[in-house]
Design a protein around this ligand. Structure first.
Ligand code: COA
Length: 679
């Protein structure tokens, strides 16, 4: 790290160079403070510019420092020194000004941004509130409601919106030169935000407060930010700063903040190539082929179109192809109507996809992904044809969610080109991508898959081959316990509610209805007996056999009439029947028991998965569950949650479940037992 001082005309430029993202480490804070202090008494310096080298302005406090007590100089003291400087201080922003980075910029007297810059206060996404004046200066600069939205959502705004709201004073091609001009020609008079006051429009603010609490889904930081802003409106800046700092210091040591920091770093680690790969460069991917233009195939195609790549789709018939292409068009049309993309973006994306029914059309693709019917025979036929036409070096990927990729790879002449790319539906929205490394997948295919994930805005996790890979294998254990809880006295609604109250995006029975109960039913017909617990799915089976397939048939575990969801009486009857078949009387089951049984099923299976080498780490499992299965982010993932419960407690409970009627499904993972003993 270095902070270099450059004297340009009568301006001092403080160049921060702390790769990769110019985080505000202790050294950076100290160097900014020293530079600003020195300039104050230097008669040759008329103004100061704070600018950054590398790809971005300051992207925030150094998250790595959050686990330890704060060290001097504290950020609020640095921002105070900037604001109180007698010399005009200007922030020259490119890339991102986030968190502490924006707080530094807010302490400056002016802000000049480069085109494409983004500004935001993402602290709530780390379980915090800004701690160096963000909640106090922003509402004193722009409309307090807009400020409160930025603080409670954590979402950054682009330079154009920032300028419209008054957050930046100018956007310039050469933002540093422009900032120098500001610093040498403008005065500090009236520019110190601490000298201003702010008041809230009560009606608008309470509407925002209600929406914030709803969206937080159990996370506490957004609500804490709302309360702080409400409490400090109308108070002095000094008082506001005191309250902000106290809340920041309290929040940084909560379980929620720890969990959110954990998942932040876990998501970055999961996209790195495994250690044994060595220094292999990813292949350049320009043209992508997608086989199968159903829901999954078109979703996958759109992830590439969104990233500016060309996509060629392949289908069996002209009719299926036209349907798929029409789905892509209408999806982009819809996004444009909702204002998410411009007309030019829609045209560019729709224009970048073409289709064919001839395999030869894929011969110049660098990466080809199949998303066809989930059957080994069908997949092998597709790969055989691909093997015949794909160019040498092309990567051949399968989107299978449970088939044996080693077997698929072994059926063609270039098994090293085969990799699994397991997308989650809707593929253009869901962040998770399981990158399945088969036995013979080449290092090049693997690193290219990881690089593709990054360019298409996905969070990849490397998995080994086993039925269901990481996520779906764990899901099976979770769904089994949910099913068994019905036999013991719970209702589908109670199970779903307990889990959504815990923070899951949906409960297991709601999910079954959404995806279609018949899908699991058909899959089970192909599974070896003994590989699943039949008693856990008796209600599912009965529902399917009676035509209750889920949302698509209008009823499943719930009925869906006129948009209203209600428990399906037929499902409740099947639950009663299943209980008597199992010879069980209903007992009272608490929500806590529902959460414990289903979560610990995930945890024990997760430890097995790491032990078997299917996942690289417990952290990778958390990344899978948070980004692919609606696990509450503020709990950090199931494995992080287990640590917060205490591994000793987890082992005690798992051992207890192992002694129950369905105890054979609870063989304790030796890795879990070992970790508990060491904890
Ligand atoms: N503190 C410490 N390290 C940070 C960091 C921060 N605030 N922000 C990013 N990093 C590190 C990442 O861990 C990663 O390290 P690695 O390469 O060793 O894994 C590296 O910087 C690059 O980050 P990455 O997210 O992969 O790069 P990107 O270009 O995709 O995104 C940002 C850049 C700045 C948009 C993104 O990193 C980000 O949002 N950072 C967090 C910002 C934030 O929340 N700041 C407020 C803190 S209170």
């Amino acid at each position: 790290m270095s902070v270099v001082r450059e004297n340009r005309e009568s301006c001092l430029i403080l160049w921060i160079d702390n790769p990769p993202v110019n985080a505000l480490s202790q050294e950076v804070r100290a160097a900014i403070l020293a530079g600003v202090t020195a300039a104050a008494s230097d008669a040759k310096v008329q103004g100061i510019v704070i600018a950054c080298k590398g790809r971005t302005f300051i992207a925030g406090a150094d998250v790595k420092e959050f686990g330890a007590p704060p060290t001097e100089p504290f950020l609020p003291d640095v921002t105070a020194a900037i604001e109180n400087s007698p010399k005009t201080v200007v922030a020259a922003i490119h890339g991102q000004a986030l968190g502490g980075g924006l707080e530094i910029a807010l302490a400056c007297h002016y802000r000049v941004a480069a085109k494409g810059a983004k500004l935001g206060l993402p602290e709530v996404t780390l379980g915090l509130v800004p701690g160096a004046g963000g909640t106090q200066r922003l509402p004193r600069l722009i409309d307090p409601i807009v400020a409160a939205e930025m603080i409670t959502s954590g979402k950054p705004v682009d330079a154009a919106r920032a300028q419209a709201s008054g957050l930046v004073d100018a956007i310039a091609e050469d933002h540093v030169a422009e900032a120098v001009k500001f610093a040498t020609t403008k005065s500090v008079a009236g520019r110190r935000l601490s000298e201003r006051a702010f008041q809230l429009d009560a009606e608008k603010f309470e509407a925002l407060a209600a929406a914030t609490r709803k969206q937080a889904k159990g996370a506490t930081a957004p609500g804490a930010a709302i309360d702080l802003i409400r409490r400090t409106a109308g108070k002095s800046f000094v008082e506001g700063m005191r309250e902000e700092r106290a809340l920041f210091l309290h929040l940084r040591s909560t379980d929620e903040a720890r969990a959110l920091r954990h998942i932040f770093f876990a998501e970055r680690a999961s996209s790195k190539a495994p250690d044994d790969i060595g220094d292999v460069k990813p292949a350049d991917i320009k043209a992508v082929g997608v086989i199968g233009a159903g829901t999954m195939g078109t979703g996958i195609a759109m992830t590439f179109l969104d990233a500016g790549l060309k996509v060629r789709m392949l289908e069996m018939s002209d009719e299926a192809l036209s349907k798929g292409l029409a789905r892509i068009q209408s999806s982009y049309q819809d996004s444009m109507t909702k204002g998410r993309i411009t007309e030019a973006q829609r045209d560019q994306r729709v224009g970048a996809v073409s289709g064919s029914t001839d395999y030869a059309s894929l011969s110049d693709c660098d990466l080809i992904i199949e998303a066809v019917f989930e059957s080994m025979d069908v997949k092998k036929t597709v790969f055989k044809q691909l093997d015949a036409v794909a160019k040498p070096g092309a990567i051949l990927a399968t989107n299978t969610s449970y088939l044996d990729i080693d077997e698929i790879a072994a059926s063609i002449s270039r098994p090293d080109a085969v990799v699994g790319l397991h997308y989650f539906s809707p593929a253009n929205i869901m962040k998770l991508l399981e990158v399945v490394r088969a036995k013979r997948t080449s290092p090049m295919a693997l690193v290219t898959a990881l690089a593709v994930a990054k360019t298409t805005n996905k969070i990849p996790v490397v998995a080994g081959v086993c039925p269901g890979f990481i996520g779906n294998r764990m899901l099976r254990a979770y769904v089994r316990e949910a099913g068994l809880l019905l036999l013991e006295g719970a209702t589908p609604e109670q199970v779903d509610k307990a889990l959504t109250n815990f923070g899951m995006a949906m409960g297991p029975f709601g999910v079954a209805d959404l995806s279609g109960i018949d899908i699991g039913y058909k899959a089970r017909k192909e599974m070896a007996p003994g590989s699943f617990e039949p008693m856990a799915v008796t209600v599912h089976d009965k529902l399917v056999e009676a035509g209750h397939l889920g949302q698509k048939s209008g009823s499943g575990f719930y009925t869906y009439t006129g948009g209203a969801k209600a428990p399906n009486p037929a499902a409740l009857t099947f639950v009663e029947e299943a209980r008597s078949k199992a010879g069980r009387a209903a007992r009272a089951i608490s929500d806590a028991e529902i959460v414990e049984r289903t979560m610990l099923a995930l945890v024990n299976e997760g430890y097995w998965i790491v032990e078997e080498g299917v996942a690289r780490s417990l952290d990778d499992i958390d990344v899978v569950y948070v980004n692919g299965y609606g696990f509450p982010r503020h709990r950090g993932g199931p494995m992080c949650y287990a640590r917060q419960l205490g591994l000793g407690n987890v082992v005690k409970s798992v051992t207890g479940f192992g002694e129950g009627s369905y105890g054979k499904w609870w063989p304790i993972s030796p890795a879990l037992a070992k970790a508990a003993a060491a904890s």
